[in-house]
Design a binder for this molecule. Sequence first.
Ligand code: WQD
Length: 348
Amino acid sequence: MKVIITGGTGYIGSHTAMEMLGANYEVVLIDNFSNSYPWVAERIATLSGKQVLMEEVDLTDADALDVCLARHNDAAAIIHFAALKAVGESVEMPLRYYRNNLIGLLNLLSSMIRHSIPDLVFSSSCTVYGAAENMPIDETAPLLAPLSPYGATKRMAEEMITDLASANRIRAVLLRYFNPVGAHHSAQLGELPIGVPNNLMPFITQTAIGKRKKLMVFGNDYPTPDGTPIRDYIHVTDLAIAHLKALQRMLNGKQKKSSEVFNLGTGKGYSVLEMIHAFEKHNGVKVPYEITDRRPGDIAEIWADTSLANKELRWHAQYGLKEMVTTAWQWEQHLQTEENLNPEEVSK
Ligand code: WQD
């Protein structure tokens, strides 16, 4: 059975491709390589021992996308990761985010209907909850004002998909990720931030290996036990497995309605300082850091109520903090041995 993965050479897309191939699905990766590299497709094929079909397509090019989906109209489903996801960048360049994330999705939805590809798994985010206050947060929580244009695109995307599913034109599962971290156990796949990382974990690993002088901790005056913000970090492999479970739920006709939403987290929150200390403890390396001002738009705490995914997807996060920080470190160390793959050197 064939599955199309948009954004398939990206961080979560590549790890999901590994799980789909491991479950004997035929995988077609679609990517425009705006935030990833073609060699990731070869790496997935090598690690899985399976053939991987690669299509270089930009989802905002409706004609090229339609030709691609016509070629793969035997696909049972699409897992849609392809989107821009840097919160700060979205504040500076909102139109780029609306165009890429929403026009891209609009083209994908139109084309999948035209070519009768029935099922969609969508990469959403806990950011759609906005500045929520009652933790742990479940899927029935009201969606408050978006915290960034990036968050607004995720929320609008959910509405577009839900409306189309309500019209019985597609079936959909919307997966709201909390904070993806870590890397493939082989240390051959992982997060590949281009330029200065936005997210915490790659900044920690690049500081630990000496690529960055020190980590800036964005504020320690939050109403949390140690003053630093709390997040629900989840291992990328746990996230990838949840996509497989969500897809199988649809393909096996187990959905209770045409579109369903699930939180994907561990249900446990850790603060920034707890992440730094866990990283240092489990890897035996120091992470020099300095407390600086808060980052605009950050909220004090958010962590998931995962009981719906646990029950309906029969899925639980298996990896704990130790695997999150050790696999992230092993990947950063591996990257140093493949300097030709190091994003700093790779010319875009
Ligand atoms: C985590 C914590 C920072 C960097 C965002 C998106 C979410 C998802 C993940 C895409 C915060 C602190 C960070 C640093 C720091 N996006 N931090 N120094 O903001 O929770 O979530 O990224 O998949 O949709 O909203 O993640 O990793 O940026 O920050 O102190 O150099 O680490 O203040 O408290 P965030 P993050």
